[in-house]
Design a protein around this ligand. Structure first.
Ligand SMILES: [Zn+2]
Length: 439
């Protein structure tokens, strides 16, 4: 079955940033087979894109999908983590709530043109199932941590869950299992070393980790090991090719040189980092060294939304503020970091991230006719500073439409929302109980 998407402005986001003004994309099954300009080749179905923009689906390189259920909770409560979140996670995070929260996240991301997500949380087999049913593509990471996690009481149990996850999604065309030691301070060297060894034996299972995220983490690393967090990860043997390190705020020149040497990749969470008052990741300095950096939302409790449009402004502006100039982080680089470069972060750039023959047909259609975005002088700048998730019109993953004209076809939106609101009601009852007890 072949399908041609015709009459569109195409940003391929390939290495050479090829663009087509009146372009077409030909898709056979799940794969892009050809692209071009002008009159498309005959045969198969042709869908007119009405001059809208076509570009690769966006890649959210770090997320905690289930945490949609915690979105906006206790925003101004200084100890919200210990007061609400950890007790709620311990008592209320179950396979049922994970599936419900992840479904809301998938619905939100599809509506925002995110086609691939890297997740790390608990009960990840449920997250993987939801990603599968939603038609999205995803990397699902089983978290390992020494604080009371809702799905494992010991690291042995955590590793057993990872094995189960890896078995369940082995060979799946869109869902990749991953192992996710939470952070250096919540696992420490022996566990990170065990993860490194496990990962050597399972090269198809990527490793995700929060790294160099907090001042308290620097203090922990100094006090316990007399070094910086990146050096602790390195000592454990986990600073290895393919590692997806989220945050990387507190990295020195020496750390970045070593990360580049070891082919470590970074998931950059500008909004979440800023909301917590943490710091600004030295994205320009990392990219100059050849470290791929992908844009990410972090969990919706820390960053609120899971679309990449709301990240673009902060990603760009923070680097300009650091450089005290308009020059750093040009808009085209921001879009690269949401597409091909983010795919590289997840080790999937051979398959997705750009519109090229042989790659998966993961693409989105964006209308650029709202007064807010007009006129369009530089389409990349328009996407970064003016476009919004609601401008995304159609979404396709692996040749299958997940959304047409803003209607999500792969999930039952009213049910997804009703289920999430029901769980929020249950959480609220528990929150009131906590507040009563603490009053
Ligand atoms: Zn995170």
């Amino acid at each position: 079955m072949s399908l041609t998407l015709a009459s569109s402005r195409i940003l391929t986001m390939d290495q050479g940033l090829t663009e087509y003004e009146k372009g077409w994309v030909r898709i056979e099954g799940e794969t892009i087979t050809a692209l071009g300009q002008g009159t498309p080749p005959e045969g198969g179905d042709v869908v007119d894109m009405g001059g809208d923009l076509l570009m690769p689906g966006m890649v959210n390189s770090h997320c905690h999908m289930t945490m949609t259920l915690f979105r906006g909770l206790g925003e101004d409560v200084d100890d919200r983590l210990f007061r609400y979140v950890l007790p709620l996670e311990r008592e209320c995070v179950t396979p049922r709530t994970v599936a419900i929260g992840s479904r809301l996240a998938a619905l939100e991301m599809i509506r925002a043109g995110v086609t691939t997500v890297a997740d790390m949380y608990y009960f990840e087999t449920e997250v993987g199932r939801v990603i599968d049913e939603s038609g999205m593509r995803g990397v699902v990471g089983q978290t390992l941590a020494d604080f009371s996690a809702p799905d494992h009481k010991s690291f042995d149990e955590g590793f057993a869950l990872t094995e189960e996850l890896a078995e369940m999604f082995a060979g799946h065309p869109r869902v990749t299992a991953s192992i996710a030691p939470h952070a250096p301070y919540s696992t420490d060297i022996p566990v990170m070393r065990r993860v490194a060894e496990w990962s050597d034996a399972h090269p198809d299972v990527p490793v995700q980790l929060h790294m160099a995220e907090m001042v308290s983490e620097n203090e922990w690393a100094q006090k316990n090991h007399g070094m910086r967090p990146v050096q602790v990860v390195d000592k454990a043997g986990l600073l290895k090719p393919g590692l997806v390190a989220a945050h990387c705020l507190f990295v020195t020149d020496e750390d970045m040189d070593r990360m580049a040497e070891q082919d470590v990749r970074v998931a950059h969470n500008a909004r979440s980092n800023a909301k917590a008052g943490r710091s600004i990741a030295p994205v320009e300095a990392m990219r100059k060294r050849g470290i791929p950096v992908g844009i990410a939302t972090d969990g919706p409790m820390s960053g609120n939304t899971l679309d990449l449009f709301s990240q673009f402004g902060p990603v760009s502006m923070f680097q300009k503020l650091l450089g005290q100039s308009r020059k750093p982080m040009p808009a085209v680089d921001v879009i690269r970091m949401a597409t091909l470069e983010a795919a590289r972060v997840l080790g999937m750039d051979g398959k997705i991230g750009s519109l090229e023959p042989g790659k998966q047909a993961d693409l989105i259609r964006i209308r650029l006719d709202d007064p807010r975005v007009l006129p369009v002088y530089d389409v990349y700048a328009t996407l970064v500073f003016a476009a919004m998730p609601s401008d995304v019109r159609d979404v396709m993953v692996a040749g299958r439409w997940l959304m047409r004209d803003r209607e999500v076809l792969s999930l039952e939106a009213p049910k997804v929302i009703a289920d999430a609101l029901q769980v929020a009601g249950e959480f609220n009852a528990r929150i009131e109980e906590i507040d009563r007890r603490k009053a």
